[in-house]
Design a protein around this ligand. Structure first.
Ligand code: UDP
Length: 453
């Protein structure tokens, strides 16, 4: 019998690479050989960030193909990236699979991010078993699968454009989603929206009728969605801690000295601030945030990615670094999963990316929400309105989140013990799910069996 050999391919963005690689670590522990396909651009970053560690096990082979963009192109331009890779990468992927198959170590299964539906199309054409992985909230996938219903109900037109701004509920027990936050409607300009909408349709079609459509969520976080769309199976939280390992696939080298710094802080005292991998703050907002953190008079650990604002060297308010030196720490990239599991961390000021959301939830950390884009608004409404484990930071009339708002919300969040208590309840739910007998664990075990069969 052919031994199991999975080819895994993420959408080439940080928040997609980390959880898919984590899922592959779970498979690899069960003896499955993995070929994990990054773009050349990301592969170089992952390799550089990994240079000091050995976080990718022997069973996982990282391999790369070009993404079709030029070296200097902006890979945070989602439309350009999605369009280019869907035209350029399929041919490269077919060549890669043929080459691997010729070597005798045949690919037995392709696990692709749902967002790269073209990889699922290739698997079908090449008669290779396939499964789709969804790294965001299941609700968002449910929304995308519901496009025909949104059309029938007259909520969107044939181009996916919402006919009016309204709140939409897919089922009475699901949170309402603003049409303005439909993933394809968040892009600027009708042409861009239409293109993203068409790519979403293509991805939905590619994932139709699959045996496995798995996601990094937890049943209890989005029960109505899992009831409404039983084909979506939660495996989460997919976190390195569950297998007592380190997570890999980072694009930046983590600064783990901040863990030692956290060791020196009081329990439950530190504000952790991180905006994921691609959010950019303008200079005014960056300075306002710095001042807000200063005003809280609390210890804080702030991830200031090299590209978080146009000019990080002179970005801070004058004298800021000296004034906060004894209680503030800035790092380029934190070992976030470990930071959130550290007893000194009191709350998480987050852009509400899904990975950050799941990681905060799994560690019982209350949130201050600062969503920017696409699904982050939906995640924020889960955090603040459904699970009630956080507060939203509100912009003033000029669109800025002011320092006073930051200080006030930090106080409010940390004074009201209800937020922490509810967050700790969710932590238990997450832990129960990944223990033997838990729902996510059972789904994962069944999935692994399927992959190995
Ligand atoms: N992350 C990290 N260190 C940092 C900032 C982020 O390890 O300093 C990780 C974080 O743990 C998460 C991912 O990067 O797994 C970001 O994914 P998310 O979905 O939250 O946001 P995105 O980057 O997709 O906007």
């Amino acid at each position: 019998m052919q031994s199991p050999h999975v080819l895994a391919i993420p959408y080439p963005a940080q928040g997609h690479v980390i959880p898919l690689l984590e899922l592959m670590q779970c498979l690899a522990r069960h003896g499955v050989k993995i070929t994990f396909v990054n773009t050349e651009f990301n592969q170089e970053r992952v390799a550089n960030a990994l240079s000091r560690k050995d976080d990718i096990g022997d069973h996982i082979h990282l391999i790369s193909i070009p993404d079709g963009l030029e070296a200097g192109d902006d890979r945070n331009d989602v439309l350009k990236l999605m369009e280019t890779i869907s035209q350029f990468m399929p041919g490269k992927l077919v060549e890669l699979i043929e080459k691997i198959n010729e070597s005798g170590d045949k690919i037995t299964c392709i696990i692709a991010d749902q967002v790269v539906g073209w990889a699922l199309e290739i698997a079908e054409k090449m008669h290779i078993r396939r499964a789709a992985f969804w790294p965001a909230a299941a609700t968002l996938l449910g929304l995308s699968i519901s496009i025909p219903k949104l059309l029938d109900d007259g909520i969107i037109d044939d181009n996916g454009t919402p006919r009016k701004n309204q709140m939409v509920q897919l089922s009475p027990t699901m949170p309402a989603i603003s049409t303005a936050h439909f993933p394809w409607a968040c892009f600027e300009g009708l042409t861009a929206q239409k293109k993203i909408y068409e790519l979403a349709l293509r991805n939905n079609k590619a994932a139709e009728g699959l045996d496995w459509l798995v996601c990094n969520s937890i049943y209890e976080l989005e029960p109505a969605v899992f009831e409404l769309f039983p084909s979506i199976l939660p495996l989460g939280p997919l976190l390195a801690n569950n297998r007592l390992g380190n997570s890999g696939g980072y694009f930046w080298q983590e600064d783990s000295t901040c863990l030692e710094w956290l060791d020196q802080q009081e329990a439950n005292s530190v504000i952790y601030i991180a905006f994921g991998s691609s959010t950019v703050l303008d200079q005014t907002q960056f300075q306002e945030l710095a001042r807000g953190l200063e005003q809280t008079n609390r210890p804080f650990l702030w991830v200031v990615r090299p590209n978080i604002t146009e000019e990080t060297d002179n970005a801070y308010p004058k004298g800021f670094k000296d004034r906060i030196a004894t209680r503030g720490r800035m790092v380029c990239w934190a070992p976030q999963q470990k930071v959130l599991g550290h007893p000194s961390v009191a709350c998480f000021l987050s852009h509400c990316g899904w990975n950050s959301t799941i990681e905060g939830i799994s560690n019982g950390i209350p949130f201050l929400c600062w969503p920017y884009f696409v699904d982050q608004f939906l995640n924020q409404s889960y955090i603040t309105d459904v699970w009630k484990v956080g507060l939203n930071l509100n912009q003033d009339e000029s669109g800025i989140i002011k320092q006073a708002e930051i200080k006030e919300k930090v106080e409010q969040l940390l004074l009201d013990k209800g937020f922490k208590a509810r967050a700790m309840d969710l932590k238990q739910v997450a832990a129960k799910n990944v223990k033997e007998g838990g729902r996510s664990r059972t789904n994962l075990n069944n999935f692994i069996e399927w992959v190995k069969a």
